[in-house]
Design a protein around this ligand. Sequence first.
Ligand SMILES: Cc1ncc(COP(=O)(O)O)c(C=O)c1O
Length: 365
Amino acid sequence: MSAPKPQPSIMGIDPYVGGEADIPGWDRVIKLASNEGAFGPSPKAIEAFKELAGTLHRYPDGSCGELRRAIGERHGLDPEHIVCGAGSDELIGLLSQSYAGSGDEVLHSHHGFLMYPISAMATGATPVAAPETNLTADVDALLDHVTQRTRILFVANPNNPTGTYLSDAEMRRLRAGLRDDILLVVDAAYADYVERDDYQAGDELVHSGDNVVMTQTFSKIHGMGGLRLGWAYCPAAVANVLNRVRGPFNVNAAAAAAGIVAIGDTEFTERVRLHNKEWRAWTRDELVKLGLSVTDSVGNFLLVCFGDVPGRNAEAADTFLKERGIIVRRMTAYHLSQCLRITIGLEDEMRAVIGALAAFLGSNK
Ligand SMILES: Cc1ncc(COP(=O)(O)O)c(C=O)c1O
């Protein structure tokens, strides 16, 4: 019997598994598994979303003109060099599909975001992982893993799930060490949470040549993961390519309408950032006091690592938390089987997760 066969590399992909949202037997859970913004979307963005309900029969503006202008105004970027997508996931996929294929290599760091190897394999390319140092991307290791077949290098800065980042100087050193025909994709999904003087989101690097793209998302600080909206800031030639391969209406009207308002509501994003700063520091301190090892995350999440003693390891901690209605993220798919990733949520959610972990570890918190 013959049957349609997918491209050979496709069946080698382990499908991406998102954070769980429910626990059987619990009506309301504390969900800290997907790095969603703690406060949800800006109330003004919710209003814009609702107002759209009466015109849902209309196709959206396929060029996302107003949205690109709003993003450009907020970040001081030329809208002509911005391409919007249904989440930055879509843009990562389109970049892989456009610049890599069978026989090519797509480079990323060992604990890099999973969509990089997945999108590479979806195009028939081979993902190549370079080792990290102290759970941080290592510029020398990345450059050492470049071969004649490398077409794209994806770097999340800061990275998910480690929360660590590379300084502007390190990113410039990385760019300078790459051949000009390799596309460097700087995934800045968590850029708005970073408060370090030596950090730059990536737009300045885009200006430095023709082979750097920066992606950002509305799923994190803007709290709009459910609407699927992201954007790429690109050299003109890359924007031209993305505009050829994307669907003509890849961003839906509701996402665009809410996004235009969300990106302009800087008061809201500032409140989210300050909340994240306060509760990330508090949660990290409490975890360290419990004797756990925690990366110095600059994002809206913490990577917490346990020992491998049965009954006290990451799997046991995850089960213990679930029994108390708290969902965090196991990290086995990221080769970090003894770690959990915990999103920074609301104050009571962070107090609940710390209380539960203290009970798990037998501390009298
Ligand atoms: C580093 C990184 N890049 C991209 C994404 C995808 O974001 P989006 O919701 O815009 O597709 C995520 C989502 O978790 C992420 O962590």
